[in-house]
Design a protein around this ligand. Sequence first.
Ligand code: PMP
Length: 296
Amino acid sequence: MTASSLPDLPCHLNGEFGTLATAKVSVMDRGFIFGDGVYEVVPVYAGRPFRFEEHMARLDRSCAEMRMANPKDRAGWRQLVAQLAEAYAQYAGKALEDTSQMVYLQLTRGVAMRDHAMPPGIEPTVFAFVNRLYIYPAEERAQGVACVTADDFRWKKAHIKSTSLAGAVLARQLSADEGANETIMFRDGFLSEGSSSNVWVVKDGVVLGPPRDNLVLQGIRYGVLEELCRLAGVPFELRRVSRDEVLAADEVLLSSATKEVIACTRLDGRPVGNGRPGPIYEQLFNGYQQAKRISP
Ligand code: PMP
């Protein structure tokens, strides 16, 4: 695919609106040269960004870790997301209320001659685009998805939502090669996360997930699932989860902005639990759908 054959989806680059097919950045952009940037993916349902404040707080944390200034305040980002959501509805020829979208927001350190050290005084590059939010067909949800396991060979700053994603790309391809949906990674024998999702284990009615530390990206769904578990009276515990516990789980779940929450029903070719999405998945999925409607 060349740039000109990309879809005409709306995007924003440094204050200008355009389309994916025509927007251009400098070859010396540090995002291109070093992957020196941060990003967010915000789901927007019927024009309402979901958990927007949480996404913005994480963007601020990523910027702080990368020693980058965030060039926009919350109102500025909110306006940009609203403009892109509206532009997408027009692109799709639909009413905003009838669309679900993902808005991708990216900041790079900016343009400079190549030097690993951070050049002082450069302007960040602000890029954003919008696309439809992929909604898993009901049949696929009812089946659950297949995953494979792999060693977590990524760096030790997985908590930064960095555009340096070579590790995630290599990890994801291991499952793609097997026709599976996600790669579930383990560091020193303990669960970390998927290549682009968080992973949850259900055992004896308890939802278990890895601690919020530097080895995982703290997905916005950490907070959402914790809240949904509390509302449903399901115990929720964050602690180190061993590989054996994952392999012996009653249910394994994945969460992300685009997956929402989905059941992993096959792991390395073997069934998880009874091989079907379980009751905790059903409860959390239904709770999630409700949360989308009532609490942006
Ligand atoms: N971990 C990784 C490595 C990810 O890329 C993502 C998706 N951004 C997640 C977890 C899930 O985060 P969120 O719930 O905010 O989409």
